[in-house]
Design a protein around this ligand. Structure first.
Ligand code: 5AD
Ligand code: SF4
Length: 440
């Protein structure tokens, strides 16, 4: 048995892919270790969504090499940076990595590793597939209460800033049967919550079945009490999807709805396909139909040519919508993307910094206000951890809206549902005490 260590960067899709890779390799002569020191093979499942993510991976490779010294170790790069690495490797054969495998080629991993070991040469496969969904691989999960499950892969939207269509290829969905089969098995294993994943999850489509149909089918699986999904695109919210989210008690009332920008000219340059007005109307409709809906978002500041006035439109939307929380990023030019080819990255770094600092401050106030408004309410919480980052006297879980709830430990544990009376809140978490342990 060869020992493998894998480190995951980036999004939940990558976390899920890591579980696929663990399944694929443990079927062969590999076992996984949680410490890089013990490993003979080190895999980095990489992200290239922003330049920072890229830089981290290069840093990590050099660190691993220097820590391992003369000890023999194979380093493999997986995930969204694979194509980059293949090119870098061709340019510089001395780059200290041994193999490169893109997100659609994980089934070939055992063969590629063998090639490296037996033939002593560097190996790669970064081919993108129109069909690979890994529906025949049962991911090796680490246990817990939530299971990620990719229901579609790839993206056809071509937002001009985004590298994903190039790193992960075309959109393709898994059959509902294969998704349901996997979820039934998860329920038997004790998972209480599933999160349906896709780069563009609500554009799921398989032989006439759409995302609303899929949510309904999944909700019929006994044992699964909560269904979440991420990330949707605002363009794919037909009436029936809204109805299912509103009316199906198992579908959580939380939508991560990426705004990206609040100004129409910038939205158009980003190819987001909606205007500020359309986004605001969608928010109004969602809130109207789904009482108590928690809304979170992603925003990019400093997209090429964004002026101060145009940025103010983003501020305006953030103030008007009052998202529960937001991930805010500085624009980062990605090679190959339409924006990189058409629009020079001309907003100065200091301006991007000013904008992100200001928007984060505004959002923090809103998050705090929204969280404090929950004080006095009773929330149903699924317990996820029998400790928190700061204390082993507290447990933590999430409410239906995906907010973290912290409460003193007691006669209940991970995987159970409890009712928590909310007594305090910060911008990031709700705090309270358990008033009832639920039987479900
Ligand atoms: N620069 C900055 N942020 C980006 N994102 C995607 N591409 C870029 C980029 N080039 C952000 C978007 C997306 C989130 C996952 O990452 O906000 O929703
Ligand atoms: Fe990063 Fe996007 Fe790839 Fe996820 S899909 S790992 S966010 S580049």
């Amino acid at each position: 048995m060869k020992k493998v260590y894998i480190e995951t960067f980036g999004c939940q899709m990558n976390e899920y892919d890591t579980e696929l890779v663990r399944a694929i390799l443990t079927k062969e002569k590999y076992e996984f270790t949680s410490s890089p020191e013990d490993a003979e093979i080190i895999l980095l499942n990489t992200c290239s969504v922003r330049e920072n993510a890229n830089r981290k991976v290069y840093g990590r490779i050099h660190k691993i090499r220097s820590e391992k010294g003369k000890e023999r170790v194979l380093i493999g790069v997986l995930g969204c940076m694979a194509t980059n690495f293949r090119q870098d490797l061709l340019k510089d054969p001395n780059l200290p990595i041994d193999f490169v495998v893109g997100p659609d080629s994980y089934k070939r991993l055992p063969n590629l590793i063998r090639e490296v070991e037996e033939e002593g040469k560097k190996a790669f496969d970064v081919t993108l597939s129109e069909f690979e969904t890994y529906s025949d691989v049962y991911p090796l999960r680490e246990g817990g209460v939530n299971a990620w499950i990719a229901v579609m892969r790839g993206c056809d939207n071509f937002c001009t800033f985004c590298v994903v269509p190039y790193t992960r290829g075309r959109e393709r969905s898994r059959s509902p049967e294969s998704v349901l089969e996997e979820i039934r098995r998860l329920a038997q294993e004790g998972f209480r919550q599933v999160t349906l994943l896709g780069q563009n999850v609500n554009s799921y489509r398989y032989e006439g079945k759409d995302f609303a149909d899929l949510l309904e089918m999944v909700s019929k699986v006994d044992g699964i009490e909560r269904i979440r999904f991420t990330s949707p695109h605002p363009k794919d919210f037909p009436e029936r999807l809204i109805e299912v989210i509103a009316e199906n008690p198992k579908v959580c009332k939380h939508i991560h709805l990426p705004l990206q920008a609040g100004n129409d000219r910038i939205l158009d340059l980003m190819n987001r396909t909606y205007t500020q007005k359309e986004f605001l109307e969608l928010v109004e409709k969602l809130r109207d139909r789904i009482p108590g809906l928690v809304l979170t978002t992603d925003i990019i500041v400093g997209f090429p040519t964004e002026t101060d006035e145009e940025f103010e439109d983003t501020v305006k939307v953030v103030r008007e919508v009052e998202f529960d929380s937001a991930f805010i990023f500085k624009y980062s030019e990605r090679p190959k993307t339409i924006a990189a080819r058409k629009y020079p990255d001309d907003v100065p770094e200091e301006v991007k910094t000013e904008r992100i600092v200001r928007l984060n401050e505004i959002q923090k106030e809103i998050s705090l206000k929204k969280n404090r408004a929950h004080i006095g309410e009773v929330h149903e919480v699924l317990i996820e951890e029998e400790r928190t980052k700061k204390s082993d006297q507290d447990y933590q879980g999430r409410n239906d809206g995906n907010k973290i709830v912290i409460f003193p430990k007691g006669n209940y544990g991970r995987g159970q549902f409890v009712e928590v009376k909310i007594e305090d809140a910060t911008a990031n978490v709700l705090k309270g005490r358990v008033i009832k342990v639920l039987e479900k």
